[in-house]
Design a protein. Sequence first.
Length: 798
Amino acid sequence: MTLHHSLRTLAVCSAIALLGACSSKADRIESGLEKGAEYVRTADWDKANVEMRNVLQIDPKNAQAFYLAGQISEAKGEIQRAFGSYSKAVELKPEHIDAKVGLARLYLLAARLEDADKSLGEVLAVDAKHAGALTMKAALTARRGDTAGAIAQATALLAEQKQPAVDTSMLLAGLHASKGDAVASLAVVERALKAHPKNLGLLQVAAQITAGSTDEAVRKRAVDFFRLATEAAPKNIDLWNAWAIHHTRLNQLDLAEAVLRESVRNQPDDSQRTLALLDFLSSRRGTEVAEKEFLAAIAAKPKEANLRFGLVTLYRNTNRAADARRVLQEIIDNDKEAPAALTARNQLAADLLSTGKAAQARALNDEVLKTSPRDGAALVMRGRMLLAEGDARNAVIDLRAAARDQPGSPEISGLLAQAHRQAGEPQLAREVLADAVKFKPANAELRLLLAADMADAKEYKAAASEIESALKAAPQNMRAYDMKAQLALAQRDKAGAEAVYTSLKTQFPKDPTGYIKLGQLYAEQKKFEAALKEYDAASQIAPQAHTATLSAIGVLLAQKKFDEASKRVEALAEKDPKSELPHRLRAEVAVARGNLPLAEESYVKLISFAPTSAGGYVGLARVKAQRGSLPDALAALEQGEKANPAEAALPAMRAEWLTRAGRHDEAIALYETLHKRSPDDEAYANNLAYLLAETKGDKPSLERALTLTRGFKGSLNPGYLDTLGWTHYKLGQYDDAVSVLERAVQRSPEGALYQLHLGMALHKKGDITRAQTHLKKAIDSKAALPNLDEARKLLAQK
């Protein structure tokens, strides 16, 4: 009896515990879904994502969690992932009509209109008044080109709703905006805001509409909408940045800075906010102010690598490469195993590669991949290097691995397609780009890459379709307009190309770009009067920008209308008396006239006006050289060097001219000075080494040349490889010479000097047959090369 009672008690307790566990599990799921939905509402995507992952760990078949995950991915632009999540939600719960509406939205984005229609039909068959589906029906109507019909549908739908639905309101506002009716657009949004005063999407749209208004009273209201939006979603950095950009566009720099500082105060641990502020200071307050703030921020948070990377960017943008490398090394030294250290190594390697130091770049790249074999940036860099070396097959392997972790990346997709083409696999190149577009259908850059591939294959109709899709995704993408015009020209449709830029003018009448592009098109066709008309219109729209003025003067010079060009230069001088540009243009017009004395006089005046500008000295030197006075030209450059001791372009130009004049000892001395000043500049080392090897030739000079160029062994620069190979040749090291010179010729088969040097080195090695092939190419090029007489003698030997 006691035993039975104990068993009953145990069973009851177990049941209660089990119910408690089930209840706890259900509560956690419900709590996660509620939190996730709230994070979606406030656009806190990372936290929303965490909540959905947690729910799906507890219940891997929760349809609502997959639906919310789809919303998150869609908002982040991860279209393929969103499609997978919505599809899974429908698979798990076929009656989940909101997920079907989500699928319809993605089909619409991918221009799969029939699929979108089918999905919406399934929803409306279940619920004929489903607001989301009816809203998408209106969007589908607009996508098919019937904007007026779509407006009518959306307006009727809103009239039936007790409270205006957010999605319907945003669609109707967008449709009005697309027709240029900002007043109607704002009215729709404001009506919806009365019902949903804290809806983030509505507040963002309201801010966007008012910020873009030409009516000052309307534009002032943008601040209120931005403030409400940041209060509704204070953790959304994009809102704060958009607010600051609004003030920046109006040249309200103090207000913009105040917004960015408030953004930092709101989330002080978010380094991206600090970086946004520092980037603003760099572009608007000057490098010194920005650098000071960067250093202060780094001192306050020494372990925050993002701030140091921001400082690296500042140094790069201000041509302080050595300082940028120093900070990258600091990041590495702070924690050699940290992910930031890998990123710093990747950036250092990229710097080295950009300056031709391929061997050093490769060494750093190997370090990263040894530590992290799947590091995307390192794989892409190695892929780039392999492509540059002609090893397309192995480049494909690396780039495919990188693409798996970064699907839809325009950079990686473009490189992978290039690698397949280089490997003779054009169809695979097309598949890579098409798959990337499927993954990110709203990415304009990917669509333009695909369009370019189609255009290369003369599939003009398909290319045009992709360009149109790119423009729908990014209406202000200038590259898309250029490609559209070039596509028309490729089909000999000049009128079509003209229509492209005319439409750009119509769509953006207050932007000078369309006028300038059309002017350039006319100028290329030698329709000079039409070109001038467009350039003048652009100048009226943006009088402070000089692009149109310079283009107009160029057109006049091409027609030898020098007096008219001079009038425009004087008008520019009157409008902007503090600018050095009119002085330079006076000189250029004089050169075009052939009036070199007047050009010289103009450059002298430019130097007097702007003594620290290198342009005046360079122009004066060129004119003096044209007048046959090289000593005076060199003196002008030397004068510029004294006035601008930090300017490297002037002594570099003087060294080059000394070399051409045969004044080799002076050139060598100057290159030695330049090399001492900038020991990392490979161009100086190369030029110095070549002069030592070619004009001196003694053993100490050759050993010095070899020391200067030894680091070129892994270079991708054919000129540097040639200098190293020729130095080996001069030292009698013929095996080394051939090895390096073969790479120079491989990198630049058309280089006659490289062919000559390789032929001579092969001849010294005894490989007469191959030597004659290269010597013949050099001689047949008709280029004026040194050692040609010796090459002819060698070629005559059988």
